[in-house]
Write a protein that binds this ligand. Structure first.
Ligand code: SF4
Length: 364
């Protein structure tokens, strides 16, 4: 991927770190580089910009993370999520720009694209964790507040992560991406401990709403390449968007995926509908006034989010579940942020406990 940066700022205390050195080398003088003692003020929105969030995506900051890297999954309720899923925050914000992205609201006060130069300190946190629970398997994802692989050609963080995780039996690393930036992945051996997941959207959603991402066919091709290189792969059909002809397009997308790999090679799929808090919906419509995908039939649900009208999203969920069902091999599937009653109406059975799903994915 080729993302444009307006500038790069490096905290002086990080100037000699391997990460800063890699960024400077990969930048090759394209974007101006400056040094500051403390970059926190620069991470805030630029009030002079007409689109402070969008402008933040083009300002890279290499800084020291001052808080822990490891967090429980936001959906979890205890310190370490019940499903064993943990989030590793190694960067904040994303150079791509999907109109529905929750970061528009979540990072509105800190929109700069930040990468943490001291990211290898997270390895100490992980080692302490597995020391306290040596019998437990953990899944650790890096794609929560940033795309896991965007800018990996500059930072090469993935190599350090894969080397660390591939040597630890009870940890599984999960990258989540909408890029096809896999060169570093192809250069190291994951030893079965790394899963890469792609969000898959139809061409219509990609063209309308997923700016600067890799086209869906490029994501599928990248998945095939990492599968051949020894990685596990998974796919998120999330958010599904209920536009005219959506059902036909999603089925075609799944056909393309299943033409590229056998379903038994897919670790899991997740399915979720478009959902936006009122704040996110306002921000998204302000930034993308011409995106018709943001203006479908939605209703304010009990959880305070606008969700696609239930019969419309159920129809899409069922179409996707059915397409995978008739392919003959059972692909583990779960619905994201939906109640058990919706799960039963789509799959015809009660969902597994989140813990059971997590344990299966972490230890397989
Ligand atoms: S790729 Fe993901 S993190 Fe990046 S803008 Fe799109 S939804 Fe947000």
């Amino acid at each position: 991927m080729n993302f444009d940066l307006d500038n790069i700022t490096i905290e002086r205390g990080c100037a000699d770190t391997p990460l800063a050195t890699r960024v400077i080398r990969a930048n090759a003088n394209r974007a101006p580089v400056s040094y500051v003692d403390d970059a926190r003020e620069l991470a805030k929105p630029d009030a002079r910009s007409l689109d402070p969030f969008g402008a933040g995506k083009r300002r890279m900051i290499v800084a020291r993370r001052k808080t822990p890297f490891l967090m429980s999954c936001p959906a979890g309720s205890s310190r370490f999520a019940c499903c064993g899923y943990l989030v590793l925050t190694l960067a904040s914000n994303c150079p791509m720009d999907c109109s529905y992205c929750f970061l528009q609201e979540y990072l509105a006060d800190n929109p700069a694209f930040q990468v943490y130069a001291n990211f290898t300190e997270s390895f100490g946190e992980l080692d302490r964790l597995i020391h306290t629970a040596p019998e437990k398997h953990f899944r650790v994802g890096t794609g929560e507040l940033a795309d896991s692989l965007a800018f990996d050609s500059m930072t090469a963080m993935s190599r350090d992560l894969i080397e660390f995780f591939s040597a630890r039996e009870t940890l599984t690393l999960e990258f989540k991406t909408k890029t096809d930036e896999i060169e570093n992945l192809l250069a190291v051996d994951p030893r079965g401990r790394v899963l890469v997941s792609w969000t898959l959207s139809t061409d219509a959603v990609f063209r309308n709403s997923e700016h600067r991402t890799a086209p869906p066919s490029a994501r599928i091709a990248a998945a095939r390449a990492v599968l051949d290189a020894g990685y596990r792969v998974a796919f998120h059909f999330d958010p599904l968007i209920a536009y005219e002809n959506a059902e036909r397009d999603y089925v075609e997308l799944i056909d393309e995926l299943l033409d590229t790999m056998h379903p038994k090679n897919i670790a899991f799929i997740s399915i979720g509908g478009l959902r936006m808090t009122p704040g996110l919906r306002s921000a998204a419509r302000r930034r993308f006034p011409n995106d018709a995908m943001l203006c479908g039939e939605d209703v304010l649900a009990a959880d305070g989010r606008y969700r696609t009208f239930t019969p419309l999203r159920l129809k899409l969920y069922r179409a996707i579940a059915e397409r995978f069902r008739i392919c003959g091999a059972e692909v583990p599937a779960y619905l994201c942020m939906e109640p058990a009653a919706i799960h039963e109406r789509v799959f015809g059975n009660v969902p597994s406990r989140p813990a059971a799903v997590g344990e299966r994915l972490a230890s397989s």
